[in-house]
Design a protein around this ligand. Structure first.
Ligand SMILES: *[C@@H]1O[C@H](CO)[C@@H](O)[C@H](O)[C@H]1NC(C)=O
Length: 347
């Protein structure tokens, strides 16, 4: 789906026609969410740790090596690229693609999209593995795009955007600031309203900042699946993201007032009326930016998991004492996590 274009506010017709595709979808999403709330037991609300914050350097106890048994979408997995966001971690952790290091590795990692079925090499690895060396599945994709089918109990740890993954590797997150930031909201408002006129003829321009809103609809509606589209709308584009269903964002700890959720409204017309009101009312518009004073957005792009993995691998004793494995990791990744079958009907 090509929902990349920014939402032009105001009287531009293209916006509302574009949004119209979501009318029915929004209603069905609301129904699905209601069912979700009713049928799926709520999981414990653990606070989301801010281990994406590079300043929280781990205590170094042990050098670690991760053997990457697959590539990353056909590209090499290197220390330089994959630990780029945590240079401190590079002091004690490295990634190798050299199979001869399998025996010395502290973990073996598989990227889902590069793992091809009943690979003989992987089978023999499974037979040779040591108890304290976890096999890790890394996935950036929502279950609907995922074809990873490893053998049973092959995978010990998961590394995905899901908050209940063993290694949490989100596309982005938010952390509370220690001290409130002095944000010039008036300047923000001025930067938006100024551009409103000339944008009317450019619904799909690449220019990012002048837009008041940004349509951040994900290509699948799955638990915790919130991609850069949303985080960059907040951070880089400095807009109010418009999302389909509030639940996914609430679960990730995003303040309610940072975005507009279509499923908050009884009808699509009510939603549109609200957006129009927000667009014209300075105070109301800026109330959606107040969070900037207390919260900081961190873009993770899913790579931050590597830094966390290195950290976790240092505690060999703990790992040996707490063995775990997934009987069916594909099931874990997909079970009751998405409501795409509903959305697909309208696309
Ligand atoms: C990985 O899973 C296997 C198979 O269940 C198990 O024997 C091993 O102890 C597990 N390793 C870790 C580090 O959890």
């Amino acid at each position: 789906m090509g929902y990349k274009s920014p939402l032009q506010s105001g009287n531009s017709m293209c916006t509302w026609r574009y949004l119209g595709r979501f009318v029915t979808l929004g209603v069905y999403a609301a129904v699905a969410l209601f069912l979700w709330y009713t049928l799926v037991p709520t999981r414990s609300k653990e606070p989301i740790s801010a281990n994406l914050d590079a300043s929280a350097a781990p205590v170094i106890t042990k050098n670690v090596v991760i053997y990457a048994a697959t590539k990353f979408f056909g590209h090499p997995i290197t220390t330089e690229r994959f630990l780029a966001t945590c240079p401190d971690v590079q002091n004690y952790c490295r990634i190798t693609q050299d199979e001869s290091e399998f025996d010395n590795a502290d973990a073996v990692l598989f990227h889902n999209a590069d793992y091809h079925g009943q690979n003989e090499k992987f089978k023999s690895m499974k037979n040779q593995r040591k108890p304290g060396v976890p096999f890790v599945l890394w996935s950036l994709e929502s279950p609907s795009n995922d074809n990873f089918r490893p053998e049973t109990h092959m995978i010990n740890w998961t590394m995905t955007y899901r908050t209940d993954a063993d290694i949490w590797a989100p596309y982005g997150t938010m952390i509370k600031r220690h001290k409130a930031l002095d944000v010039n909201l008036h300047a923000l408002w001025n930067s938006k309203s100024k551009s409103a006129t000339w944008l009317a003829s450019n619904c799909f321009t690449q220019n990012k900042r002048p837009y008041k809103f940004y349509l951040s609809i994900e290509n699948s509606n799955c638990k915790d699946y919130v991609t850069e589209k949303f985080w960059k709308a907040l951070n880089d584009r400095v807009t109010i993201p418009i999302v389909l269903a509030r639940k996914y964002y609430k679960d990730l700890g995003v303040p309610d007032s940072a975005y507009i959720a279509i499923d908050d409204y009884a009808t699509f017309d009510e939603f549109v009326a609200h957006v129009k009101r927000v667009e014209k009312d300075k105070d109301l518009y800026l109330s959606y930016h107040e969070w900037r004073k207390d919260w900081k957005v961190i873009i993770g792009s899913g790579f931050s998991g590597w830094c966390t993995l290195c950290d976790k691998l240092q505690d060999k004793e703990y790992i040996l004492k707490h063995p775990k494995s997934y009987k069916d990791v594909a099931w874990w990744h997909s079970f009751e996590m998405c409501n795409n079958q509903i959305a697909n009907k309208f696309l």
